[in-house]
Design a protein around this ligand. Sequence first.
Ligand code: SF4
Length: 135
Amino acid sequence: MECKFVPSVCSYCGTGCGVLFEVVNGKIKKTLPMKSHPVNQGKLCIKGWNLHEHVNSFMRLKSPLIRENGRLQKATWNEAIQITADNLKKISDTYGPDSIGVLVSAKMTNEENYLAQKFTRAVIGTNNVDHCARL
Ligand code: SF4
């Protein structure tokens, strides 16, 4: 049996608590608080303690889903991105760019949030962008 502890940062909110993943035979089994981390100093909230659970969950989405005839079907990323782009363009052409709003998330990295707001303003053409922390 191979067991190791892999340091990481909790991705559930912007606080950025340090965690250690207990990895047994290549599978994440447990999340532990990092005692030496300056942010959380050995503490985690309930979300942090359960950070590993979604990784191996059977409910985890592993590919995009597209609704066809009322049912969700597996799709490729190219198909999902093309449909999303086509529909955003159709909505913008019909109702104007301010009819679209983008919500970003604390579960995204700063870089992803930056790209999302840039996409919203520069590509879609609206300032309707907000963050889950304000909802
Ligand atoms: S452990 Fe809790 S407070 Fe810390 S980053 Fe994760 S969600 Fe935020």
